[in-house]
Design a binder for this molecule. Structure first.
Ligand SMILES: C[S@@+](CC[C@H](N)C(=O)[O-])C[C@H]1O[C@@H](n2cnc3c(N)ncnc32)[C@H](O)[C@@H]1O
Length: 214
């Protein structure tokens, strides 16, 4: 499901800051060489993540779901001078591809890229985070939320991608709800009802849940 008319989306992209040459080539090479390139955040959402990060000026960012590193590089654009982004992905097959782009970036010394299961790694992190971006397996969104929120500082932010799940969160009568859709329905409800946070579900691309810890 397209949430915006195609022409409106194209117009928005045309009137949005361009991607850097590095992001353009990462976008291109991901589409040419990597499975499921739709997972990459892309130009418009990437510029939004960069803008949000530049508004916050985070010292510490945690990303769950690196894929080929596009959103990580966008989020790095807002890092404070001594800032650090930790990004986690379970897929070791993408490591060489992704590291090549991190190595070419001016943020290379600010990125801590770890391969492994985020569910195991997050509890081992001692940092307190100014910004968390959840963009991995949907079934674990609520678990990531619970593990991460305690590590977000008061006033810090958490963003979760794909919370509209191509519109599947709108349940038609007599349709069977698959596990990922149910997980996202549970996540969206839990966040919305959580008195510890203030939230907005932004219908950009596949839906971004943005929340601030009170
Ligand atoms: C949608 S992609 C991330 C896209 C990326 N954030 C971007 O915008 O370019 C989801 C990624 O989550 C990773 N992933 C899935 N389950 C995971 C887990 N349990 N721990 C860490 N990463 C996981 C996948 O390997 C995949 O690369």
């Amino acid at each position: 499901m397209m949430f915006l008319a195609e022409e409106i989306e194209a117009y928005s992209v045309l009137h949005t800051e361009e991607e850097s040459e590095l992001l353009k080539s990462l976008n291109r090479e991901t589409h040419a060489n990597v499975l499921s390139p739709r997972m990459l955040s892309g130009h418009l959402q990437g510029r939004l993540l960069s803008m949000i990060s530049r508004m916050i000026r985070p010292e510490r960012i945690l990303e769950i779901g690196t894929y080929t590193g596009y959103s990580a590089l966008c989020l790095c654009e807002g890092l404070a001078p001594q800032g650090k982004l930790i990004t986690l992905d379970i897929n070791e097959e993408l490591e060489n591809f992704t590291r090549r782009f991190f190595d070419k970036s001016s943020f290379v010394n600010h990125i801590d890229y770890r391969i492994g299961n985020a569910i195991d790694i997050i509890p081992t992190l001692d940092d307190s985070f100014d910004l968390v971006f959840i963009d991995a397996d949907k079934i674990n969104y609520k678990a990531y939320y619970d593990l991460c929120l305690e590590k977000v500082r008061r006033g810090g932010f958490l963003i979760a991608d794909n919370v509209l799940w191509s519109g599947k969160i709108i349940i038609q009568e007599n349709t069977k709800i698959d596990k990922d859709t149910q997980a996202l329905l549970d996540f969206n409800r839990a966040v919305h009802e959580d008195k510890r946070v203030s939230n907005i579900l932004l219908p950009v691309r596949d839906g971004l849940m943005i929340l601030q810890k009170l």
